[in-house]
Design a protein around this ligand. Structure first.
Ligand code: G3I
Length: 344
């Protein structure tokens, strides 16, 4: 009897073993009808094997978090440094992931030599044109889309004063034209944050698109960064999505994270209530993205892979922040499983 029982147990464990071997692991990226991305850091890809594995297996698109920005890719007037950007492209290429380019023109992470640049309007235009065209040409055929200009408007809808607006009239349109000149097919995006609850900023972006259409300036998409938090208002976010989609352009939720501790409470507990509120925001965003016309669904990109590396922790000195789908050890959080079940 004892022997029979032992065989029975062995049999059961064999069945379980066989099942765990044969049931393929389901990936969120595989059940979605659009690319799922993350911003990535080449240092972590080199140093952290779990990060590397997760980034490679869980996402179908990657964006360089910092290494295609002016400061890193164009550190000297006569010097471009493509090493780390190329590393990301090679990583993605080996895994058949799409690469999204971020970003050609921004007021932040600008190298000192550009800030110190001296010259008349023509010299400034040549400098920016050379930057854009060298980078776009380098990644031609390797990058699916570019955030051509990032965060050009203030909350009140006015043009943000930057070295670009100071020295180059109509610099946004010119940047798009210069990018298109060297790559006729790459998708060109305008990317910005915080349009929800800021109707003037939203309107400035819609006006930009309308003006571009009128003047035949090429633009293919809008990046809605989606750095939101659990107390962000759903109606305001949905309004931004509806208005952006009404332009007919491709839509990219380009830098998604849902902060759970936006007020930086040092006693914050990431408890079930906070987790549920965060999950509801993820569901709202994924469901609204899914309901966009297929041709406009460029994808959803998370800003960073695991909570541990979220820019929110470092940038805002907010150690108790957990805004992503993977935890500090890059394990899937419960919200991931719910998305998997709900979005199938
Ligand atoms: O690389 C230097 C290092 O050499 C130096 O020792 C260290 C000291 O502070 O700084 C390091 O640079 C940091 C860089 O990230 C790389 O890690 C900068 O200080 C830090 O400011 C920079 O932050 C980046 C931020 O953009 C800059 O504004 C974040 O990583 C990046 O996630 C964030 O990304 C932006 C998007 O591009 C545009 N939308 C908003 C989003 C979040 O701010």
């Amino acid at each position: 009897m004892k022997i029979l029982y032992t065989f029975f147990l062995l049999g059961i464990s064999q069945v379980f073993f066989a099942q765990s071997q044969s049931v393929p692991k389901l990936f969120l990226k595989d059940i979605l009808t659009f690319p799922l991305g993350a911003s990535v850091n080449p240092r972590l890809l080199d140093e952290n094997i779990t990060y590397r594995e997760r980034t490679g297996s869980e996402f179908s698109s990657v964006t360089a978090e910092n290494h295609m920005k002016m400061m890193n890719i164009h550190p000297g007037a006569d010097r471009f440094d493509f090493v780390l950007g190329d590393e990301i492209v090679a990583f993605a290429g080996n895994r058949k992931q799409r690469v999204h380019g971020h970003t050609l023109v921004w007021h932040n992470q600008v190298p000192q030599w550009m800030k110190d640049f001296q010259g008349d309007q023509v010299a400034w235009e040549n400098m920016l044109k050379n930057h854009i065209q060298t980078v776009v040409s380098h990644y031609k055929g390797k990058v699916a889309g570019w955030d051509v200009v990032n965060e050009a408007f203030l909350d009140d809808g006015s043009l943000r004063p930057t070295i670009w607006s100071d020295h180059i009239p109509d610099y946004i349109a010119k940047s798009f034209l210069w990018a298109r000149e060297v790559d006729p097919t790459v998708l060109l995006f305008y990317n910005d944050y915080g349009q929800d609850g800021k109707p003037k900023k939203m309107q400035a972006i819609l006006d930009l698109v309308a003006d571009f259409k009128k003047r035949n300036i090429p633009i293919n998409g809008l990046g809605l960064q989606m750095h939101i938090n659990i107390i962000s208002k759903n109606e305001a976010i949905l309004d931004v999505i509806t208005k952006s989609a009404a332009t007919g352009l491709s839509i990219h939720f380009s830098e998604l994270d849902v902060a759970v501790n936006p007020k930086n409470n040092p006693e914050f507990m990431y408890d079930d209530v906070a987790k549920d509120e965060q999950l509801n925001k993820f569901l709202m965003l994924f469901n609204s993205f899914k309901s966009l016309p297929k041709a406009q669904q460029y994808g959803i990109t998370f800003w960073n892979v695991g909570d541990k590396d979220s820019w929110l922790r470092g940038y805002f000195k907010r150690p108790k922040e957990y805004p992503l789908l993977f935890d500090d050890g890059y394990a899937r959080k419960p919200a991931y499983q719910v998305l998997l079940q709900t979005l199938k």
